[in-house]
Design a binder for this molecule. Structure first.
Ligand SMILES: CC(C)(COP(=O)(O)OP(=O)(O)OC[C@H]1O[C@@H](n2cnc3c(N)ncnc32)[C@H](O)[C@@H]1OP(=O)(O)O)[C@@H](O)C(=O)NCCC(=O)NCCS
Length: 258
């Protein structure tokens, strides 16, 4: 693809009239490896700080992953808000969760979260809704039993180990993605303790937050939903408030006419 056709594609890839909605979470999926050729173009919409940050990644694929994800986030938000992608200013909370600092042309709070893992990225956006998203590539060689023992809640580990051996790895990753999505929605990261809350681990059953041991935390105000991306990946989105529709779409193959 040459620059012109990418440019045209970038302008058209979001459905016509795409708006952010508080009654929906839009999750955009990007197969990063397929779009390496968009890196240079997307770099142009990044801030100088973001470009510097990208250049600090020693591994080229990590650099590209950051540029594509942040660039696409800028394109999505700028299209929905009707402003130039380069004008968006991001800041991050003390715990590192990025948020939109300016400009903010709508009265509602613009909420988003991104995740990237080995060639895939997810960008979740909504209005007035704390949210988090996570994607993890299922890696066959990891010692899931020790990791679960070390990081997860003991009841989750027990539930994972109760599956037949050939199902445990998937249960481990499903559990991980559900947990990370929730922690990212809350925004405090792993400092809150991966063991201090329990999610459901059965990949065949809906995701749920089973228990949370944090003070002043109402677990019923939060929900988690799995995202079906690819058989080799586990992914989930989590949010606060009423459960709303989650619309998952491939960013570069969305039909612009719908
Ligand atoms: C940073 C963290 C929030 C997620 O990290 P991660 O899973 O490695 O990476 P992801 O791709 O899913 O998410 C990274 C994105 O989350 C966002 N993010 C960073 N800090 C965040 C926070 N406190 N809350 C929500 N989102 C955050 C950023 O946008 C970041 O992407 P960017 O730097 O390109 O903008 C943190 O929870 C972490 O370090 N997790 C690793 C946990 C772990 O090792 N678990 C072991 C389980 S066995």
């Amino acid at each position: 693809l040459n620059k012109i056709s990418i440019n045209k594609k970038m302008k058209n890839f979001l459905p016509k009239g795409f708006i952010l909605s508080s009654a929906r979470i839009d999750v955009w999926e990007i197969n990063l490896q397929k779009h390496d050729d968009s890196v240079e173009l997307l770099k142009q919409v990044l801030s100088p700080d973001e470009v510097k940050r990208a250049e600090r990644f020693k591994i080229k694929s990590k650099q590209n992953e950051f540029v594509l994800t942040r660039g696409c986030l800028r394109i999505i938000l700028s299209t929905a808000l009707g402003i130039d992608a380069k004008q968006l200013e991001f800041a991050a909370t003390e715990q590192g969760k990025p948020y939109l600092k300016a400009p903010c042309p709508v009265d509602q709070r613009i909420c988003f979260n991104v995740s990237h893992s080995h060639g895939f990225a997810l960008i979740a956006v909504s209005l007035d809704r704390d949210l988090g998203v996570d994607i993890e590539r299922i890696q066959n060689r990891i010692d899931y039993a020790s990791l679960a023992e070390r990081f997860f809640n003991p009841d989750e580990t027990k539930a994972i180990m109760a599956f037949p051996e050939d199902k445990r790895l998937e249960a481990f990753y499903v559990c991980w993605a559900r947990k990370e999505a929730l922690l990212k929605a809350i925004g405090n990261g792993i400092s809150m303790g991966l063991g201090k809350f329990q999610v459901s681990v059965d990949p065949a059953k809906p995701a749920s937050l089973v228990a949370a041991l944090w003070d002043d935390f109402d677990k019923d105000k939060w929900w988690i939903s799995d995202l079906e991306i690819h058989p080799e990946y586990a992914a989930a989105v989590a949010a606060r408030g009423d459960r709303v529709e989650v619309q998952l779409r491939d960013l570069f193959s969305a039909d612009p006419s719908t």
